[in-house]
Structures are given as structure tokens and as C-alpha cells.
Design a protein around this ligand. Structure first.
Ligand SMILES: Nc1ncnc2c1ncn2[C@@H]1O[C@H](COP(=O)(O)OP(=O)(O)OP(=O)(O)O)[C@@H](O)[C@H]1O
Length: 368
């Protein structure tokens, strides 16, 4: 196991004694890329700024390579932390060339020319060293920002929404490229994003934050397959819930029939539960006695997302390959193909439509 680079122990921080982040604990191992993921305003940037040393902590501590950087009443200045930062808006110096920007933090280093030229090559800008930031595309500017942050060989790199000013394809390509660069150099990094796909594509460990509290710090695989809370379950991967009742330790009665889990659940039989379903858990089966009516559909390219109404009035979703096309109003036979059931004790009312991320795209009768 590699050494722990960053440790947050019961960290609380905020602004003017207004608490934003509370009791947050996580650790990041050397060479790993971590991520803070969550909806707008949940405290991702505040956490990052505290780690960088720009904000004080009100409780707990921040350790970098074992040394306390922040605790209540104590704060190592940002410039002494060996932390590099990459921001959403690149924050390059407009009056300096690309090479001068990269050399900025190592101006006294005897080998700065060699370092700059290696970094230019690393970020694929080896012929653009003499250009100024305004002569570069957004993606190129962000590569310069990355090279500049890497030049002083930081112990930890912090990236705050680094790709959000870039669109679509470039965003995906650059994020994959940045992951490769960090992995090639064994750089430990913590990224902030509200984009789940980006978090999963780039990071080894992802922390889901809600209202300043860490819900789960885990691998992308575990967040998807073993969500620790209903919030993580619905935030990640278009999850939604149907209500059920535990019959035996591993079977649940639902309006989709009796579903069998792959484990014994730690709740007494008879308990009301919420069963997590994702669109790929519902499949078409012509011979099935269970039927549903198509009430909405969204073409997504390779797949089409269908909204289905059950005879009980509840709604579920399914993804079909897009060549398997069905009109609105068609009644389909369906079955549940979930071999791995995630359940939680029932919480309030189950309102499927309120939890569907694609809800805005699904307007009744919007397409056929
Ligand atoms: N300088 C500040 N002074 C007071 N409150 C602030 C300050 N900066 C942020 N906040 C508040 O702290 C909360 C968390 O903000 P933060 O920027 O950490 O969220 P975030 O998860 O990074 O959101 P986003 O994804 O929108 O950037 C918000 O309610 C915000 O209004």
C-alpha cells in the first residue's frame, strides 16, 4: 500500500463562522486521483480552498504527507504547502509567454529550461512555448496551467472544475489526457467537479458531498454498485426507487413482482424498503405477464430512454438499444433483470419522477 498523501480528519470549515463543510474525513494515497463530487453549493470548492490554505478550519485537521497543515487556530501559509492548483478559468499571466508561465514558480531553479521543455512536451505544447495565452485555445491554455502547476513538483495537485469551460468532446479528451499525464508522473491529485462522468473517467476515489457532508468516499465502482445512502444512489447513475416490503432476508415484494437480492439484508422481514433501480435493470420481455405503457421517450444516440407507466400508476425507466424503437402508448411486456439489489429502509414517499435526472428532457408526448 502506498503512503497517504492527504488526510482530512473530521474537517469543518466555512466563512465568517458560517459552517459550510462539516465533519469531513477522507484520505488519499500517493499517486491516486481523488474527486469531490456533488451538486452546486455543497462545499466542494470550500474544501479545496481549505486544503490549499486559503480558508481556515473551525474543527478537525488537514494533514499533508503526515504533517498538520491546518487545525483550528493554526495554518501553514499556502505557499509553504507544496500544493499546486489548476483553476476553471486557467488563471494564466497574460503578459508572459507559455514558457514563462510554466517557469513562473521555479524562476530560481538552475534547471528551469530543461524542466519547462520537458513539461511542454508532456502537455503536448512543445512548439508553442513562445506564444502568449491569448494566442491559445481554451484546451491549450488549460494544459499550460497544468504544466505551470506541475513545475515545482507539488506533493499534491488540486484541480477546481478544470474542464468546465471546455465543451463536449474536447472536455472528454482533455480529461482523459490529464489523467494519463498525472498517472505517468505518479502525481497525487484532488479534483472538484459536479460532472459524474468526468469524476468516474478521471478519478480512482470519489467523494460525494451533500450540504457540506461527505456521504461516501469510495471507488466509482462501489459508488455505483454499493451506494451507502439513498442520496448517493439517486445522484449516481440515474437511480430511482420503488417501494417494497421485505419478505425474507433476501426477497422483496414490489409492484414489479418478488425480487431476489444477492445477500441477506439487515432488516426484519416485513420492513418497508426502497429498492434502487436503474434504467438498465428493466428489460423488455414479450412473454412477461407484467406490462407497462410507454409514456415518454428520449433518444440518446446508441440507446433510447423510455418512461413506462405500470398498471398501478407508478413509473419506471428503461434503456433500449435505439434500433429497438417503440411508439408512445405501446404496451410492453417487461421484467426486472437486477441481480444485485440495493435496498434502504423506506424513506418518506417514493416519487420516481422527482428523482430522475433526465426529467427535464422527458416531456409527455414529446417525441415518437
Ligand atoms: N467567500 C464566501 N463567503 C461566504 N459564503 C461563501 C463564500 N464562498 C462560497 N460561499 C458559500 O458556501 C457554500 C458552498 O460553496 P462552494 O463554492 O464550496 O460550493 P461548490 O460545491 O463548490 O459549488 P459549485 O459547484 O457551484 O462551485 C455556498 O452556499 C456558497 O454560497
Amino acid at each position: 500500500m502506498s503512503q497517504i498523501v492527504l488526510e482530512l480528519n473530521h474537517l469543518s470549515c466555512g466563512y465568517d463562522s458560517h459552517p459550510i463543510v462539516q465533519d469531513l474525513s477522507l484520505h488519499l494515497r500517493a499517486g491516486d486521483i481523488g474527486c469531490l463530487l456533488g451538486p452546486s453549493g455543497c462545499g466542494k470548492t470550500t474544501t479545496l480552498r481549505s486544503i490549499a490554505g486559503f480558508e481556515p478550519v473551525t474543527a478537525g485537521e488537514i494533514r499533508l504527507q503526515g504533517e498538520v497543515m491546518s487545525s483550528p487556530g493554526q495554518r501553514v501559509p499556502p505557499e509553504q504547502r507544496r500544493i499546486g492548483m489548476v483553476f476553471q478559468d486557467y488563471a494564466l499571466f497574460p503578459h508572459l509567454t507559455v514558457a514563462e508561465n510554466i517557469a513562473f514558480g521555479i524562476s530560481k531553479h538552475p534547471e528551469r529550461r530543461r524542466i519547462v521543455s520537458e513539461l511542454l512536451e508532456l502537455v503536448n505544447l512543445d512548439r508553442l512555448g513562445k506564444r502568449y495565452p491569448h494566442e491559445l485555445s481554451g484546451g491549450q491554455q488549460q494544459r499550460v496551467a497544468l504544466a505551470r502547476a506541475l513545475a515545482p513538483e507539488p506533493a499534491l495537485l488540486l484541480l477546481d472544475e478544470p474542464f468546465s469551460n471546455l465543451d463536449g468532446d474536447l472536455r472528454r479528451r482533455l480529461s482523459a489526457e490529464v489523467r494519463d499525464i498525472l498517472k505517468t508522473r505518479g502525481i497525487s491529485a484532488l479534483l472538484v467537479t459536479h460532472d459524474q462522468n468526468e469524476a468516474f473517467a478521471v478519478c480512482d476515489q470519489v467523494g460525494v458531498l451533500r450540504d457540506g457532508r461527505l456521504q461516501q468516499w469510495d471507488t466509482p465502482f462501489n459508488l455505483y454498485h454499493e451506494p451507502a445512502t439513498p442520496f448517493v444512489a439517486s445522484f449516481i447513475g440515474q437511480g430511482y426507487f420503488i417501494r417494497g416490503q421485505l419478505l425474507t432476508p433476501d426477497t422483496v415484494q414490489t409492484e414489479l413482482g418478488v425480487l431476489r437480492g444477492d445477500r441477506a439484508y439487515q432488516l426484519p422481514p416485513g420492513s418497508a424498503v426502497d429498492v434502487l433501480l436503474r434504467p438498465d435493470d428493466i428489460v423488455g420481455q414479450a412473454s412477461s405477464p407484467l406490462t407497462a405503457t410507454i409514456t415518454g421517450k428520449v433518444f440518446l444516440g446508441a440507446t433510447t430512454l423510455y418512461r413506462l407507466q405500470l398498471p398501478t400508476g407508478s413509473t419506471v425507466e428503461t434503456l433500449f438499444p435505439s434500433h429497438d424503437d417503440h411508439p408512445l402508448g405501446e404496451v410492453l411486456g417487461i421484467s426486472v433483470a437486477a441481480d444485485h439489489l440495493v435496498i434502504f429502509p423506506a424513506q418518506g414517499s417514493v416519487n420516481v419522477s422527482a428523482q430522475l435526472p433526465l426529467e427535464q428532457m422527458l416531456e409527455e408526448g414529446d417525441s415518437d
